[in-house]
Design a protein around this ligand. Structure first.
Ligand SMILES: *Cc1c(COP(=O)(O)O)cnc(C)c1O
Length: 353
């Protein structure tokens, strides 16, 4: 269908290059975390490209995400980070998916469903999801709890890997070492994107990068070693000239101080464009900066296009991409780049290159 609205252009070549670079730096296998629709980039399109490049293990958060992937990825391992529930347990076996067992209840569920291959997540400091040290010691003391279960990977997740100086990193690595010593035969997985950059001490059998695959900087404060992979553009639906003193948008939160030209752009918070951007940040057109003015509304956002040459109704402005990193938008909106990308919604078609 022809489409005149906002479009997210995705450079799958950049994602593959990022995956290769992450695997190289890790020095061992790298999986691809493609939860939340590959951080907004479209998992069903991105994952097969990564699989062709040699990626053999994929992580989603939900079973439904894994099922959608299985339809396009017959061979690779697909693991579900949130773990199984009783209503879903039969589907894992039917679709050959790996549950990530993150609690003793998950372990019991998988064992009672007949067991088989699974991943096991230990919690070493996040206190979020995963078996704690006492749970792991219980598994070691009572091997019957793992009857019929083959643990193909013991994993844990770092709390502050993007901050290399944070002592939490070394503390977690040491706790993880102690847990894996209980089960020396098991393979391990430690680093997420930023963890890969913590050095050889954080290497394991399988790294689990997500964000960095999509160009989010895994080393904040330093130059971004990854290539950005997405660019969001949206059309100007209308240009209007307003007089000094006139306001723009809901509740008149912006008022023109001079004669101004306002560009109304087809993107809004229902598309995942943060409402927190009201009167903050800018779009780009042909190298010109268009400050965002007024509130972001559900389907529309307004920009000050005064004196921008060449901009016409139907022109496309760049909201994210060349010159506007996801990190920058995140700073404006008071969130992180992960949230900016994962919230880009289904109304925005993805176009692949
Ligand atoms: C999301 C997630 C990852 C990927 O983290 P990034 O910071 O995006 O690389 C890895 N492991 C687990 C358990 C996760 O939840």
């Amino acid at each position: 269908m022809a489409h005149c609205g906002a479009v997210l252009d995705v450079d799958t070549g950049a994602i593959v290059a990022n995956w290769r670079e992450l695997a190289r730096r890790h020095g061992a296998e790298a999986a691809a975390v493609v939860k939340a629709d590959a951080y907004g980039h479209g998992a069903v399109a991105v994952a097969p490209v990564l699989a062709r490049a040699g990626c053999a293990t994929f992580f989603t958060a939900h079973l439904a995400e894994a099922l959608a992937l299985r339809a396009v990825l017959p061979e690779p391992r697909i693991a579900v980070l949130n773990g199984p529930c009783a209503a879903e347990i039969a589907t894992y076996r039917a679709a050959n998916l790996l549950p990530v067992l993150g609690s003793l209840s998950h372990v019991a569920l998988w064992r009672e469903a007949g067991g088989g291959t699974a991943y096991l997540q230990a919690d070493t400091g996040m206190n979020r999801l995963g078996l704690g040290a006492a749970d792991m010691e219980q598994l070691a003391a009572e091997p019957a709890l793992l009857d019929g279960i083959e643990v193909a990977l013991l994993m844990t997740h770092l709390v502050a890997s993007e901050e290399p100086a944070d002592p939490a990193n070394a503390a977690q690595r040491e706790r993880f070492e102690r847990l894996r010593a209980l089960f020396p035969a098991w393979k391990t997985s430690l680093a997420n994107s930023s963890g890969i950059f913590l050095g050889a001490d954080f290497a394991s059998d399988l790294a689990r990068p997500g964000a960095a695959l999509y160009g989010i900087n895994p080393t904040p404060g330093r130059a971004n070693p990854m290539q950005p992979a997405a660019s969001l553009t949206a059309p100007v639906l209308q240009l209007r000239d307003i007089r000094p003193g006139e306001s723009v948008g809901y509740n008149a939160t912006w008022r023109a101080e001079r004669s101004s030209r306002v560009a109304t752009v087809a993107i809004g918070y229902a598309d995942g464009w943060p409402r927190a951007l009201g009167n903050t940040g800018h779009a780009l057109f042909d190298g010109h900066v268009l400050p965002l003015v007024g509130r972001v509304s559900m389907d529309l956002t307004t920009y000050d296009a005064t004196g921008v040459p060449g901009l016409a109704e139907g022109s496309r402005v760049t909201l994210l991409g060349e010159g506007v990193a996801a990190e920058t938008i995140a700073l404006w909106a008071g969130t992180n780049a992960y949230e900016v990308l994962t919230r880009l919604g289904p109304r925005i078609p993805r176009r692949y290159r």
